[in-house]
Design a protein around this ligand. Structure first.
Ligand code: NDP
Length: 453
């Protein structure tokens, strides 16, 4: 029997890679991880974590405005200091990097600082050294991608936007996905003039249509300038900023442009092409339910295999992969249905299950229950922010197949509802649940009248 330096060699210490390494090591196998950038990957360093911190920062804007109706006087107009937020964020991320380091050390995983290249089915090369392993796990994630246009070198991507030297008083984001709506909201909340440029008629393609329209209206009310059905034609550096020309002829002058036009697998220089590892049409790695590529000793998970690019998905894949390869019982395939998600635009979106459009296509007859209301807090705050809640019900089975919310802390509410949707509970179950009063979330169990079929 061949002997290897390690049982498992993980490339990439992001959410999925670290979870797989630690959980595998806990079963007693010998594990190493190679990482050339930062521990914790996109989520901890340039994704979920700093984004949520910046989103909190941006929410203070509303809080200051809302407070006067509750009797508060703020002696002088609040002002915002970008450097304080950015540098406090940097310190917090350093703390988290340290935690990841200790978690790996504590689990007995060898951490190697360097970019690994796969040289054969059981060997990698890192920092000039050849290391062998029975299995190699590719968990390298994705990398932001920017389309070609004149002046695209003046854009920043989502890896760079958190650490801008100066606060962009005029900010533009290109794209209509998660990152675009979140950063348009963040910079708007922090006090910038914010523009979002999206090539389609309505952003957040794939989300429930009513949710997308509602979010559009709420974001516009908060002051985000939405430019739909247009794209960036060129960017030129001008005195004091960047001149952005859109394909509809409009010209805007801004201080920073964020390209939030999607992410691609970070496979360059990894050596997988020479080994004949099969890719899907979008260049993600094709794997089976055991997360094995077409070369069975090479495994992959997370953003690099496509599917929902979400940290909890990578974590679930890591746990599954370890069960398959080192566990005492074989798990079934990971269930990718009903994965709840939140978009941290302002107000937040929380969603689980099918959109109304998907449900109509799948089931034909559906029932829609929805509530569009002014949250209690805003009776005194004077804010005109509204909240949308919506249940999509398969008429034949009475099962709630989709739940959607746009409003304060929507992700917190939908996480609980996601359990009910995953458990295939019916509208009758929702109706039989006694609400918590006074909350916004109680709407989900008190929506008695049918909105439409
Ligand atoms: P998305 O794939 O969500 O969105 C990309 C956007 O860019 C789409 O609106 C797309 O338009 C547009 N686009 C693509 N190509 C072009 C082009 N050539 N010119 C103009 N526009 C273009 O990617 P993001 O970068 O926003 O985020 C990456 C992923 O990270 C997300 O899909 C999500 O899975 C994850 N993420 C999750 C978060 C969360 O959980 N809260 C937060 C942030 C990111 P079109 O729709 O027309 O194709």
């Amino acid at each position: 029997m061949a002997s290897y330096d390690y049982d498992l060699f993980v490339i990439g210490a992001g959410s999925g890679g670290v979870r797989a390494a630690r959980t595998a090591a806990a079963t007693g196998v010998k594990v190493a991880v190679a990482e050339d950038r930062y521990l914790g990957g996109t989520c901890v360093n340039v994704g979920c974590v700093p984004k949520k911190l910046y989103s909190y920062a941006a929410h203070f804007h509303d809080a200051f405005e809302d407070s006067s109706g509750f009797g508060w006087t703020i002696p002088q107009a609040p002002s915002f200091d970008w450097a304080t937020l950015r540098d406090n964020k940097i310190e917090e991320i350093k703390r988290l990097n340290g935690i990841y380091n200790r978690l790996l050390e504590g689990a007995g995983v060898t951490l190697i600082n360097g970019r690994a290249k796969v040289v054969d089915a059981h060997a990698v090369e890192v920092n000039g050294e050849r290391i062998t392993a029975e299995k190699i796990l590719v968990a390298v994630g994705g990398w932001p991608w920017t389309p070609e246009f004149e002046g695209n070198e003046y854009t920043v991507n989502s890896n760079q936007v958190f650490d801008l030297d100066e606060f962009p008083k005029r900010f533009l984001v290109l794209g209509g996905g998660y990152i675009a709506v979140e950063f348009a909201s963040i910079f708007n909340g922090l006090g910038a003039e914010a523009h979002l440029v999206y090539r389609g008629a309505l952003f957040l393609r794939g989300f429930d249509h009513e949710v997308r329209e509602f979010t559009r209206d709420e974001m516009a009310k908060k002051g985000v300038n939405l430019h739909f059905e247009t794209n960036i034609e060129r960017i030129r550096k001008v005195e004091g900023g960047l001149e952005v020309t859109l394909t509809n002829g409009e010209q805007l002058e801004v201080d920073a442009v964020l390209a939030a036009t999607g992410r691609r697998p970070h496979l360059e220089g990894l050596g997988l092409d020479t080994l004949g590892v099969e890719l899907n049409t979008d260049n993600t790695i094709r794997v089976n339910e055991r997360y094995e590529s077409s070369v069975p000793s090479i495994l992959a998970l997370g953003d690099v295999i496509g599917g929902p690019e979400l940290t909890p998905v990578a974590l679930a894949e890591a746990m599954h992969l370890v069960q398959h390869h080192y566990g005492d019982k074989t798990p079934g395939p990971l269930d990718y249905q009903n994965i709840a998600t939140a978009v941290f635009c302002h107000p937040n979106i929380g969603t689980v299950g099918l959109s109304e459009e998907e449900a109509r296509e799948r089931f034909g007859a559906v029932r829609i229950y929805s509530a569009d209301f002014r949250p209690m807090k805003h009776t005194l705050s004077g804010s005109d922010e509204r909240c949308l809640m919506k249940l999509v019900v398969d008429d034949a089975s009475d099962r709630v197949v989709g739940a959607h919310m746009v409003g304060d802390e929507a992700g917190e509410t939908i996480q609980g509802i996601a359990i009910a949707v995953r458990a295939q509970l019916t509208k009758t179950d929702f109706d039989a649940t006694v609400g918590i009063h006074p909350t916004a979330a109680e709407e989900f169990v008190t929506m008695r009248s049918l909105t439409r079929r």
